[in-house]
Design a protein around this ligand. Structure first.
Ligand code: PLP
Length: 374
C-alpha cells in the first residue's frame, strides 16, 4: 500500500476566472469551408473601398521610424470641426473597439453589471467580462432594441449600458424620442455608451440625437469609427466623445500611441473627403432598398428582411430554405455572408450591402434556392 501523493501539477500562471469565461470574438470570414477565397460580404466593409484622397495621404507618410502624434491632434481637430464638437472632448481609439473596452474598464469591475440588449454587438459581453463585470442581457423587441426591457434590467449594480444604434447584427434603430426616453430614465451614475458605428448611414432627418446628447449629458459616451462608411477598417481608427471627465478617464488608459502614423494621415484626408462619405451613403441607401424589395418578394418562402438603417440586412428564414442552407448555397456561388448561430440567431443570415452586381447575384441565388426548397 503506497501513500504517494499524486504528483503536484506544475505551477503555471492562472488566468482570472472572468477571462476564462470569455468566448473570443468571431470575425467575419473571407474564405469558404475549403479555404477558397470568396467575395466578402460578412464584415460590413465599404464596397466602394477607400477614398482616393485617403489613399493618396498614405503615400505621403514618409518616416515610419517615428512614433505618431500621441494625441492625434490634427485628426481630432478635423473631427471637431466636422461635427461641431470641442476637440478636447474627443478621444481616439485603435478602432472604436478599444474605446468600448476601456469604457467598460473605466466604469465597471468585479461585482458590477454591464447591460445591453439581446442580439446586441458581440463585443459587449467580452468588454464586460474583460474587466470582471457581469454581462446582463435585456430582452429584444422583434430583434430590435426594447427600451422598456433595458430599463427593467437596470439594477443597483448596473454601471454601464451599451447600445449600438443602428445595431449590429440586426440593423435595428431607435429614434430620437426613444433614445431620449432611455437616457432620461437611466440613473445619472450609469454610463450610457452609444455605439454609432453606422451613424453615417442613417438619413439626416432620422438622427437619433446621440451626438448632441453626448455634449450635454455628463453620462453619455458616443463612439464612432472609420471602419465602416470611411472604408478604413484596415487602419483601425475609432473615436469617442462625451463629457470632459469621461474623455479624461479614457485618455488615461488608452494606448499612448493608439492611432498609427498612417492611420492619422488617412483618417484626416478621409474626414476632408465628405463627397466620398455621401457617395457611400447614397450607394448604400439605393442598393439596400433594392435588395430589401427583392427579399420581401420571397416572403411566401419564409424569408423576411428585418428593417435596417445600416450597411447590411439581417434576413430571417422561417420556411423550407434554412439560413444555414442559404449560407452554404451562397458560398457555392462565391459569396461569404454571416450566419450567426453563435449569437443565438441560427435562423438568420446577415448580408453586407455590396455592389449592385453582387446584390443582384445574391438575390437571384436566394430566389433560386428558396424555389428549389419548396
Ligand atoms: C463594426 C462595428 C464597430 C467598429 O469597430 P472598429 O473597432 O471601429 O473597427 C463598432 N461597433 C459596432 C456595433 C460595429 O458593428
Amino acid at each position: 500500500m503506497t501513500d504517494t501523493p499524486a504528483p503536484a501539477a506544475p505551477l503555471r500562471p492562472q488566468p482570472k476566472d472572468w477571462i476564462k469565461a470569455i468566448h473570443a470574438y468571431v470575425p467575419g470570414k473571407s474564405t469558404g469551408l475549403d479555404g477558397k477565397p470568396l467575395t466578402k460580404l460578412s464584415a460590413n466593409e465599404n464596397p466602394l473601398g477607400t477614398s482616393e484622397k485617403a489613399r493618396a495621404a498614405r503615400a505621403g507618410v514618409v518616416n515610419t521610424a517615428l512614433y505618431p502624434d500621441p494625441d492625434s491632434k490634427d485628426l481630432r481637430a478635423a473631427l471637431g470641426a466636422l461635427h461641431g464638437i470641442d476637440p478636447a472632448r474627443i478621444v481616439m481609439g485603435t478602432g472604436s473597439d478599444e474605446l468600448l473596452h476601456i469604457a467598460a474598464q473605466a466604469y465597471a469591475g468585479v461585482g458590477d453589471e454591464v447591460l445591453f440588449v439581446r442580439y446586441g454587438f458581440s463585443v459587449y459581453p467580452i468588454a464586460a467580462r474583460r474587466c470582471g463585470a457581469t454581462p446582463v442581457e435585456a430582452a429584444d423587441l422583434d430583434y430590435g432594441t426594447n427600451v422598456d426591457a433595458l430599463l427593467a434590467a437596470v439594477t443597483e449594480r448596473t454601471r454601464v449600458v451599451f447600445l449600438a444604434n443602428p445595431n449590429n447584427p440586426t440593423g435595428s434603430y431607435i429614434g430620437k424620442a426613444e433614445l431620449a426616453r432611455l437616457h432620461a430614465a437611466l440613473r445619472p451614475d450609469i454610463l450610457l455608451v452609444l455605439d454609432q458605428a453606422y451613424a453615417e448611414y442613417v438619413a439626416p432627418e432620422d438622427d437619433d440625437g446621440a451626438l448632441a446628447l453626448s455634449q450635454s449629458a455628463p453620462n453619455v459616451l458616443v463612439t464612432r469609427t472609420f471602419s465602416k462608411i470611411y472604408g478604413l477598417a484596415g487602419e483601425r481608427i475609432g473615436w469617442g466623445t462625451g463629457d470632459e471627465a469621461v474623455v479624461d478617464m479614457l485618455n488615461r488608459i488608452r494606448g499612448p500611441f493608439n492611432v498609427s502614423l498612417t492611420g492619422q494621415a488617412m483618417g484626416l484626408a478621409a474626414v476632408h473627403d465628405q463627397d466620398f462619405v455621401r457617395a457611400s451613403a447614397a450607394h448604400n441607401r439605393a442598393e439596400r432598398a433594392r435588395f430589401v424589395a427583392a427579399i420581401d418578394a420571397l416572403g411566401n418562402h419564409g424569408l423576411r428582411p428585418l428593417p435596417s438603417q445600416a450597411n447590411f440586412v439581417l434576413i430571417e428564414f422561417s420556411g423550407k430554405l434554412t439560413a444555414q442552407a442559404a449560407y452554404e448555397g451562397l458560398m457555392d456561388v462565391g459569396y461569404i455572408t454571416r450566419w450567426l448561430p453563435g449569437q443565438g440567431l441560427p435562423q438568420c443570415l446577415r448580408i453586407t450591402i455590396g455592389t449592385a452586381t453582387q446584390m443582384n447575384e445574391i438575390a437571384a441565388a436566394l430566389r433560386a434556392m428558396a424555389q428549389a426548397a419548396q
